[in-house]
Design a protein around this ligand. Structure first.
Ligand SMILES: CC(=O)SCCNC(=O)CCNC(=O)[C@H](O)C(C)(C)COP(=O)(O)OP(=O)(O)OC[C@H]1O[C@@H](n2cnc3c(N)ncnc32)[C@H](O)[C@@H]1OP(=O)(O)O
Ligand SMILES: O=C([O-])CC(=O)C(=O)O
Length: 377
């Protein structure tokens, strides 16, 4: 057994996966052998979910059956709806989503401790993916004092989510934009939240616990939470002519710039150009170039001064902002997209399981000491 120390497990291979290939030095990402650049052109998010769960693309009949099943799994248990109506209105939507998914497990008798039946696991996986957007959107409506419309089965995942948020069926352009965002966020190797999910289910806990762990892990600003951090940063800067001084100040104080840098990509994150292109289109349509200009300047400075590139969270923030989505739903949107990868990785983990149990480099006292009595401490 190797006992080499790598802080934060950087560079350590902890398991095998056939799902996504993250080529850090080349700036390439593929799912099951299909480049994301091609997937965004040829497929929609429903096919990506199928691909990740079944390890191959569906034929037309398979896609039809899968789509029907996925779209008919959207209904939430009444207990979860009640929770969403009564949750504090100022709660962080990621906390609500984490609790909501955890609650789904309470109402699912199929969710058992242990490896489970692979077919049942796949059904649970699909129902989690189908319900997460409804949890986010219902909470958003409830906190705004709006009614909760019944779920529909005639809309794609991205269109249904936007429909629930805004109360109206989105334009084809808005649906396509979110579909592409979902597709490119769907899976990403052993990122922190996926790792969290795998660690959880490797104890033979259950799928709901795995996804709950992943949601809590994605929330942090060093991971999925960075997309909200980008908008907060832009708002704090406020004006295009203040960007340089703001970034210089942050770098001098050794503070992180949100949406920049990556543990694996040493070159451009291949998802960023897709998001940048969509942000440019939406910005041009809205006639509001300020935020994009500021973002471009930040990316330029970070490249020049630190050799670091924009990651997936950098331009996704501008895309969601331009779609009129409230900032605190950006990370939940990431979670909705990534749920496809989480559940696929959980199923893969269970197929060939081994407990995760790395070592720690102990830095406390080497010699043990007598425990002093209370009045001498
Ligand atoms: C979907 C995702 O999870 S993508 C990542 C989303 N997270 C962010 O955008 C938050 C900002 N970025 C970061 O914090 C980092 O780049 C991470 C967490 C993504 C990767 O971190 P690590 O691989 O652990 O790199 P680490 O944080 O050690 O940084 C290495 C060096 O680059 C610097 N650096 C890395 N990212 C940034 C950044 N965004 N801003 C400023 N400096 C940075 C560090 O300060 C450090 O410099 P030093 O060697 O002079 O101390
Ligand atoms: O892979 C990572 O470390 C983070 C990331 O980009 C993702 O989860 O999409």
């Amino acid at each position: 057994m190797s006992t080499e120390y790598s802080k934060g497990l950087a560079g350590v291979i902890a398991n095998e996966s056939a799902l996504s290939d993250v080529r850090g030095a080349e700036g390439k990402l593929s799912y099951l052998g299909y480049d994301i650049d091609d997937l965004v052109e040829e497929c929609h998010f429903g096919e990506i979910i199928y691909l990740l769960l079944n390890h191959r693309l569906p034929n037309p009949n398979e896609l039809k059956d899968f789509t029907v099943k996925l779209r008919h799994s959207r209904e939430l248990p009444p207990g979860v709806i009640e929770f969403l109506k009564t949750a504090p209105k100022d709660a962080n939507p990621m906390d609500v989503l984490r609790t909501g998914v955890s609650m789904l497990g309470l109402y699912d008798k199929r969710a058992k401790i242990g490896e489970g039946d692979p077919e049942v696991n796949k059904e649970i996986a699909m129902s989690i993916v189908a319900r997460m957007p409804v949890i986010v959107a219902y909470f958003h409506r409830a906190r705004m004092g709006l009614s909760l419309p019944p779920v529909r089965s005639d809309l794609s995942g991205p269109a249904h989510f936007l429909y629930l948020i805004n109360g109206e069926v989105p334009s084809e352009d808005a649906e396509k934009t979110l579909d592409i965002a979902f597709t490119i966020h769907a899976d990403h190797g052993m990122n922190a939240s996926t790792f969290g999910a795998r660690v959880c289910v490797a104890t033979l806990s259950d799928i709901y616990s795995g996804v709950t762990t992943a949601i809590g892990t994605l929330k942090g600003p060093l991971h999925g939470g960075a997309n909200e951090g980008v908008i907060h940063m832009l708002e704090e800067i406020g004006r295009e002519d203040k960007v340089d001084a703001y970034i210089d100040g942050k770098l001098a104080r050794k503070e992180k710039i949100m949406g920049i840098g990556h543990r694996v990509y040493t070159t451009l994150d291949p998802r960023a150009p897709h998001l940048k292109k969509m942000a440019e289109k939406l910005t041009a349509e809205l006639g509001e170039p300020k935020w994009l200009n500021m973002s471009n300047r930040i990316a330029e400075i970070m490249k020049e001064k630190k050799g670091l590139n924009a990651n997936v969270d950098f331009y996704s923030a501008s895309v969601y902002y331009s779609l009129g989505i409230p900032t605190d739903l950006f990370t939940p949107i990431f979670a909705i997209a990534r749920s496809a990868g989480w559940v696929a990785q959980i199923l893969e983990q269970l197929e060939d399981n081994r407990l995760y149990r790395p070592l720690t480099l102990y830095t406390g006292p080497q010699e043990t000491m007598p425990v002093p009595p209370m009045n001498e401490r």
